[in-house]
Ligand binder design. Structure first.
Ligand SMILES: *Cc1c(COP(=O)(O)O)cnc(C)c1O
Length: 233
């Protein structure tokens, strides 16, 4: 299967999930997660109509972003944020979805070059503490949202969730509903428009629960090596 075919298949899957769960497929953005895959595959996905790409590992991402000729691409940083890397991220990405601390929020804002559009930001929320330690706790979330909204070089867009892998559809749906509840609690107050949740193995459940942005890697590009198949921790 080539990449264009896989993308077509994912789009068809999105449409049938939308039909099943009465969602409008126009409301669901498809982010291609290209971490570990070469630039040639990004190029192929771009030619098949994908304009947003997600990367998790900064050095690898930087290499691809600098070589890539497609200025229409929006690059999303979705990996763990380290404060000594925020400057490079602020200089090269359009979006950061994995922001989870006040310190890095302030750094990204201060380091965003003024000639670039504002950095688009989702806060990563740790609602499912058992799987990973990344993400802000729901107790601290309102304060971080309030601060993010005040930052002049940042546009606050929404929340990102990475629930633990479940094989049962009903369990997947249950987790995503909990996440969606948090999102809807703050959506109006902070003018959020992006609920980022759902990956290759659970995006249909995420659609049923109200996602607006799904992050798909392996279903588009083929399976990753074992060593890099975990969402970065
Ligand atoms: C790797 C990754 C994805 C994509 O996972 P797939 O299983 O390849 O679809 C999505 N989100 C995050 C945060 C990731 O790290």
């Amino acid at each position: 299967m080539n990449i264009a075919d896989q993308i077509q298949q994912v789009r068809l899957n999105i449409q049938s999930c939308c039909l099943e769960y009465q969602r409008n497929s126009q409301e669901i953005r498809l982010l291609a997660v290209s971490k570990t895959y070469p630039l040639s595959q990004i190029q192929a996905a771009y030619e098949a109509g994908i304009t947003e790409f997600g990367e998790s590992y900064l050095q690898e991402a930087l290499h691809k972003i600098k070589q890539c000729q497609q200025t229409a691409i929006q690059w999303h940083f979705i990996g763990p944020l380290q404060s000594n890397k925020t400057r490079t991220i602020a200089e090269h990405f359009h979006w950061v979805q994995s922001l989870d601390s006040e310190k890095n929020l302030i750094r990204l804002n201060d380091q965003r070059p003024l000639h670039l559009p504002k950095l688009q930001v989702c806060l990563q929320v740790n609602l499912f503490a058992e799987t990973h330690k990344r993400g802000i706790g729901t107790d601290l979330l309102p304060d971080l949202l309030a601060l993010a909204r005040q930052m002049p070089n940042i546009t606050l867009r929404g929340l990102m969730f990475i629930p633990p892998q479940q094989s049962e559809l009903n369990q997947q749906i249950q987790q995503f509903r909990e996440a969606a509840q948090i999102y809807h609690q703050y959506k109006d107050e902070f003018a959020l428009d992006t609920l980022s949740m759902g990956m290759s193995n659970d995006f249909c459940a995420a659609i049923s629960a109200g996602t607006t942005l799904i992050r798909i890697g392996q279903r588009i590009f083929g399976s990753r090596e074992e060593s890099s198949s975990e969402p970065a921790k």
